[in-house]
Design a protein around this ligand. Structure first.
Ligand code: SF4
Length: 353
């Protein structure tokens, strides 16, 4: 599969196969480089090398004063020499790469690292005893704070088909948001923009997801509309709540609205879509087409969705049939649904052997 446009994504450099680890080795991930590399244009960073620790280097770990300490109450110190403290340099380095990372639409971190780990990093007391696994790497944590909605995942978790599909869904959506909603109409300008920035001139009309020139609010509503059934497949209640936010959107500034809607969309998508909720969204989609189907076609589609619900048929079988009937409907709503567009599995991005 060749992707005409690759999406910029940050990644821990050791996952690319570069020998930047403390022991002079790497942790090459073929899933990242060979599979996801088909659609991602990587920005590899190694924070420990970047702050001058060298290769090889003495190991570091997360230090806390007591059990249950908050996630930010950590220091990154030398395992053998507690006077080595690289907490501030790692945080400062994260702040320094924020401008470079404005263009990325996702970040893949190496697990278990006191710099890059996203979750479950081992924490230690001053006496060297491991106390818990509640830590987040200091570099990763700073980037979470700088880019609160940026899709992030760990290298190891991407070996799991469902987690990989979910990450891809989030990256595609985040990328689409910045292309069609918080865009000034040029890819380059988007890449250089501030994550929190929106149109400076609210009167400007710019191309939305449909390509038609629209006001900022109209672009947000159009984006939500196109993503509606995909969002419902992830969380029905939160999708309806987002619809209510949009109904009152006129009282919000563009910056407030962009932050609110972007955050809610990414939160909804971060919940893996269940088969039950996907079935519900597929039935809603089928409902839009039923008036254009004869009795036999309706029954066939209904049976296929039921086969998917009980696990006898893959999602792609249902999507293929829905797409087959799609041209019969003149209604733009159903044509715009991202749920019916090619999904990561169909793009060949979910199976790796
Ligand atoms: S986990 Fe992060 S800090 Fe450690 S080698 Fe990999 S990129 Fe460098």
């Amino acid at each position: 599969m060749n992707f005409s446009r690759k999406i910029p994504v940050g990644i821990s450099q050791c996952a690319m196969g570069d020998a930047v680890r403390f022991n002079g080795g790497h942790k090459h991930s073929k899933v990242c480089t060979e599979l996801l590399g088909q659609c991602f244009d990587y920005v590899p960073l190694c924070p420990e090398v970047a702050i001058g620790m060298g290769v090889p280097r003495k190991p570091i770990h997360l230090l806390v004063e007591k059990d249950g300490a908050p996630v930010d109450a950590v220091r990154v110190i030398g395992v053998d020499d507690a006077s080595v403290d690289v907490t501030a340099p790692l945080r400062d380095y994260a702040d320094s790469v924020v401008p470079e990372l404005q263009k990325v639409r996702g970040y893949i971190f190496m697990q278990n690292s006191p710099s890059c780990g996203l979750r479950g990093v081992r924490r230690y007391l001053a006496n060297g005893h491991g106390i818990d696994s509640e830590g987040v790497g200091v570099f990763a944590r700073r980037l979470q704070q700088q880019f609160p909605h940026l899709p992030m995942e760990e290298v190891g978790r991407l070996n799991n088909n469902e987690l990989r599909e979910n990450f891809l869904t989030r990256v595609f959506a985040y990328d689409a948001w910045f292309r069609y909603v918080e865009s000034d109409g040029s890819e380059d300008a988007v890449a250089q923009g501030d994550e929190g920035s929106v149109d400076k001139n609210s009167g400007d009309k710019r191309p939305g997801i449909s390509g038609r020139p629209l006001s900022f609010l109209a672009r947000v509503i159009e984006f939500y509309t196109a993503y509606k059934y995909l969002l419902m497949a992830h969380h029905q209640d939160k999708t309806r709540a987002l619809g209510k936010v949009l109904a009152d959107a006129k009282s919000m500034s563009e910056a407030e609205l962009a932050f609110e809607v972007r955050g809610r969309i990414m939160e909804i998508l971060s919940r893996p879509a269940s088969r039950k909720d996907k079935t519900n969204a597929l039935m809603h989609s089928a409902g839009h087409l039923s008036e254009f189907l004869d009795k036999r076609e309706k029954a066939e589609l209904k049976d296929l969705i039921e086969d998917y619900r009980v696990g006898h048929k893959p999602l792609s079988a249902v999507l293929t049939l829905l797409r087959h009937y799609l041209p019969r409907s003149p209604h733009s709503f159903i044509h715009s649904q991202v749920l019916l567009a090619a999904e990561p599995a169909e793009l060949g991005l979910c199976d790796f052997s």
